[in-house]
Write a protein that binds this ligand. Structure first.
Ligand code: R7I
Ligand code: MG
Ligand code: MG
Length: 349
């Protein structure tokens, strides 16, 4: 089964970069007609446009830091990861970072910083960020760690380097677990897949801090669980409109308004859908549908791309799409190396 798993690893990271690069076109757009999405996608087949024409953003830049750190340290090392985030931001600050997180990244660059989790805790009046920046870069945790416990633990800590609000880091854990399950082939049984994620989030949202944050932000008591139950409801419907997805799940920059949405995009596109080209495979449908939502399209497509890529594997991704996006070869290389690490018996705790 080794080649299948390797293909899933490559699909996850390449799918994530693709979503970021291809989704960048519509980031922040309010109304994205499906026609425009399909036009944007068919333009990727134009060979005269040149390789790597679509640039990646902070989503991929930080995902690469996570993967590089896990590979170099062969474990989770918060200081190393924090240093890589800071260095990457310093080298390429133009990649479209969230407006709050740049303060954290600047502080993380200081060699005198004692506690690397402290700058994140100072964000937004001391509550920390609930943005989706922790979730958008969470996929490599699912590739580096075999056990569900490790995926949970380290994706949470990795997110806390910039996102200390429980809604921020719990979104990252949810995304990492979705990739983890998808790598195991769990999307073959969609209902079991969503039920498993709901029970995982029930456990996490019972936590005192999560309860406190939900209350402080005027949310329901189990915010992620509520959204995932809505995902399940929408899954069971024959047809779902874009407007419905946006109003029920959201398409925003908050992790709560984007991680469950990305998961829904993947589940919804497991089957052919009206309005999407018949020749599209599942991964292409997932990216197309994510873009049509508008809002935080690069990040929703990036997260959905990672989950879908882990399910369908690298061969499901059109060559022309891969060629159009910056950083695909590097992501593919990271996936190969994470696969080798995953297969090392010494790495099992
Ligand atoms: O979460 P973050 O890294 O941003 C990621 C997003 C992705 O869409 C990327 O593609 C990129 O475009 O940015 O960055 P943060 O600055 O931590 O959070 C993003 C935004 O969420 C902030 O700039 C705020 O507008 C908002 N936000 C909050 N607003 C009020 N109170 C996050 N947390 C809070 C909060 O506690
Ligand atoms: Mg971005
Ligand atoms: Mg974004």
């Amino acid at each position: 089964a080794a080649p299948v798993m390797l293909s899933r690893f490559r699909g996850a990271l390449v799918g994530s970069v693709l979503g970021d690069c291809i989704g960048g076109e519509f980031e922040g757009a309010v109304d994205v007609p499906l026609d425009r999405v399909l036009q944007h996608l068919s333009a990727l087949d134009d060979e005269t446009r040149g390789d790597g024409i679509l640039q990646y953003s902070d989503d991929t830049a930080m995902m690469r830091c996570v993967a590089d750190s896990l590979l170099t340290r062969m474990a989770f090392d918060e200081r190393d990861m924090a240093r890589r985030f800071a260095k990457e931001y310093n080298l390429a600050p133009y990649r479209g970072y969230g407006s709050g997180v740049v303060q954290v990244l600047r502080k993380l660059a200081s060699p005198y910083l004692k506690d690397v989790f402290q700058p994140a805790q100072a964000q937004f009046g001391g509550r920390g960020s609930f943005g989706n920046g922790g979730a958008m870069r969470a996929a490599p945790f699912a590739l580096a760690f075999k056990s569900c416990d490790d995926v949970r633990k380290y994706s949470r800590l990795g997110a806390m380097l910039t996102h200390s609000c429980s809604l921020g880091y719990n979104g990252a854990v949810l995304q990492a677990l979705a990739v983890h399950l998808s790598l195991q082939g769990a999307l073959a049984m969609p209902t079991e897949f969503i039920d498993k994620l709901i029970s995982e989030m029930e456990e996490m949202e019972r936590d005192e801090t999560a309860q406190f944050d939900a209350k402080a932000l005027n949310l329901s008591e189990f915010p992620y669980c509520s959204r995932l139950h809505m995902v399940k409801e929408l899954m069971d419907k024959k047809s779902v409109s874009i407007e419905e997805v946006i109003s029920e799940l959201g398409n925003g920059i908050a992790a709560l308004q984007s991680v469950p949405t990305a998961i829904f995009c993947v589940l919804h596109c497991l089957e052919p859908r009206e309005g999407l080209p018949e020749q599209f495979g599942g991964l292409e449908r997932t990216i197309a549908f994510s873009l049509a939502l508008g809002g935080d399209t690069d990040t929703i497509a990036c997260m959905a791309g990672a989950i879908a890529g882990a399910h369908y594997g690298i061969d499901s991704i059109p060559q022309s799409w891969q060629k159009s996006c910056e950083g695909v070869a590097e992501a593919d290389d990271l996936a190969h190396r994470l696969y080798d690490l995953y297969c090392l018996p010494q790495f099992e705790e």
